[in-house]
Design a protein around this ligand. Structure first.
Ligand SMILES: [Fe+2]
Length: 588
């Protein structure tokens, strides 16, 4: 009788970005965020559809699951937690809310048919670290998980060799670099969960004139540590209120208006009444600079302790790609591995990897492409006028020609991304040579703030010709400086500070996408495309129906669904616009 398979379902829920991941006999075969199915951004309740997809993808039933892996250990650091709560009893109110969810979880397990699986739990930050460690398990590396808060901890440093991962130090509640960034993001008038990306984009337009003040709001300690100013962020007196409404997470503002207004000389921005002005750009730049100073301090402490040149990064703060791209210049770390889903969606995969207790490989070779195909999603769209390409080479040539003529394509091809970045599976693609392309995409496709930058997908073998000090960035994890000699060739992806966030595309793991960029390179000499997520103020599209709805309501010219093409002009839904002027200059 063959040995029983090890089937581990990891699930993450109760904070932003619920998710599920499946490890079968040491292979991570599927992972997905629940928001892509529910169409509710950062969906925070149980990952019902994501878990169903993972099992269906592997041809398994819920009763086949041998281990249910959960990245949460509420009793961890119980002594420290209780003594903090004892001194600040108002914190018990937030702990009580978490306990209330326990019976509902038992019901969910029963409804899902998962009640018989053995439970495995691990600490929040260990799960984060596992998602970076697995990217190169043969290489000894230093590890850093940097976050808002999880299991009473905001940061964890560790060291890993081929045998084990050893925790070295932690930073505990209430001190958190993630809280600092989130609190200041709220102060700048960006109230939604996940708005930190907006501050990072805005920071490129400012000067860091508030940096001396911000150094008083979070101060480094000797070694691996820092302290949050609890007058500026009085979270012991007034606990952070985290709410989930209709599946969506909310964090109420937790800064002290009086204290910050006095320190900074400007009050919190009201987004309904106040436009973004230069003071806000300068504050964004100061926030970003202070974040980088403190994060670099932690990295120097990590290097001092480990002496290693390789670094694995995870935790929500590791999605700060502006900081990540500077690490090799500013610290001794030279080989950087950043998890595809550093935020809490990655925890499901991390927990499942830890439960496997062995090296885990990934199906398809790309850690960020583990979601459902268009076919697995079902939900076909209803549109009659379409063109089918029987071979991939013709499709790629056709798409490259359309792009080179300034047309915009929505691409839904292959497995859905796991993580916040579109990586060429559910992407909007455009030509980076047109200066007006960024404004067209922001205003008429994405309907978002005009200051938001666009990233580039670059053939990995050419990236060093275009960017300074770049390293392999398959999950679009880092921002690099564009070399001066080539900046005017790709104006639509050069940000205000001459940088660009990039995705390194390799033929081995993304052959269709690499071939598409190669066809574009042969036409234009440019080995990259603008790549922005295929959505319009909603979660990234998952199904054909989602993609078609987004295509019809926005100013996209063409939609590619696997090897079928829909064109706006032929569908006669919205007039195609081709008013790009190559002589336009980049505007801030
Ligand atoms: Fe986390």
């Amino acid at each position: 009788m063959p040995p029983r398979s090890s089937i581990i379902l990891g699930i993450s829920f109760g904070h932003g970005d619920s998710s599920a991941a499946l490890v079968v006999d040491g292979h991570l075969v599927a992972a997905a965020e629940e928001e892509r199915f529910t169409r509710i951004k950062h969906y925070a309740l149980f990952p019902t559809e994501a878990a169903k997809y993972c099992l269906q993808h592997a041809g398994l039933k819920p009763s086949d699951v041998t281990i249910l892996a959960i990245p949460k250990q509420q009793w961890k650091h119980a002594g420290r937690r209780l003594s903090t709560y004892w001194r600040h009893p108002q914190l018990f109110s937030t702990a009580g809310k978490r306990r209330e969810s326990a019976p509902k979880f038992a019901n969910w397990l029963k409804e899902m048919g998962l009640g018989r699986a053995r439970m495995f739990s691990c600490e929040h930050h260990l799960a984060h670290l596992a998602t970076a460690r697995c990217l190169n398990p043969e290489e000894p590396m230093a590890l850093l998980s940097l976050d808002g808060m999880g299991d009473f901890t905001s940061a964890t440093m560790a060291v890993a060799d081929e045998q084990k991962t050893q925790i070295l130090e932690r930073i505990f509640f209430p001190h958190s670099l993630g809280y600092f960034y989130t609190g200041m993001t709220q102060y700048l008038g960006f109230p939604h969960y996940g708005d930190e990306f907006k501050v990072m984009g805005l920071s490129s337009y400012g000067t860091p004139r508030y940096l001396p003040v911000l150094r008083e709001l979070i101060r480094e300690n000797d070694g691996f540590g820092f302290e949050l100013n609890l007058e500026a962020f009085p979270i012991l007196r007034n606990p952070i209120q985290f709410r989930i409404e209709k599946g969506q997470p909310y964090i109420d503002p937790f800064y002290s208006t009086g204290f910050l207004t006095q320190c900074l000389g400007i009050g919190p921005r009201n987004p309904k009444r106040q436009p973004i002005e230069q003071v806000h750009r300068d504050l964004a730049k100061s926030i970003q600079c202070r974040f980088e100073e403190v994060a670099d301090h932690l990295l120097h402490a990590l290097y001092a302790k480990t002496g290693m040149k390789s670094l694995g990064l995870s935790g929500g703060c590791a999605h700060n790609s502006v900081w990540v791209g500077k690490i090799p210049k500013r610290t001794p770390f030279q080989n950087i591995y950043v998890a595809p889903a550093c935020h809490d969606a990655g925890l499901a995969a991390g927990a499942a990897i830890l439960a496997a207790r062995s090296i885990v490989s990934v199906e398809g070779g790309h850690w960020g492409l583990l979601g459902p195909t268009i076919e697995e999603m079902g939900q076909p769209a209803e549109a009659k006028k379409k063109k089918h390409f029987s071979d991939e080479a013709s499709l790629v040539r056709w798409a490259a020609e359309r792009l080179s003529q300034g047309e915009i394509i929505g691409l839904a091809h292959g497995r859905l991304e796991f993580g916040p970045r579109a990586l060429g599976s559910r992407s909007i693609l455009a030509d980076p040579r047109y200066p007006g392309m960024r404004d067209r995409l922001n205003e008429r496709v994405k309907h978002r703030e005009t200051f938001r930058p666009f990233a580039a997908s670059v053939q990995a073998e050419y990236q060093n010709d275009w960017f300074f000090n770049s390293f392999h960035s398959p999950h679009m994890e880092a921002v690099f400086e564009v070399k001066p000699a080539v900046r005017d060739q790709i104006p639509a992806v050069v940000h205000a500070d001459n940088t660009c966030r990039i995705q390194s595309v390799e033929k081995e793991t993304q052959s269709f996408y690499w071939n598409l960029i190669e066809a574009f390179r042969q036409l234009t000499g440019i080995p990259m495309l603008i790549n922005t997520s295929f959505n319009d103020s909603e979660p990234i599209v998952a199904s054909e129906k989602d993609a078609m709805a987004c295509f019809l309501k926005s100013d996209l010219d063409h939609l590619i669904i696997d090897q079928t093409v829909y064109s706006k002009a032929e569908l006669n839904e919205v007039a195609t616009t081709k008013d790009l002027d190559a002589s336009q200059s980049v505007t801030a």
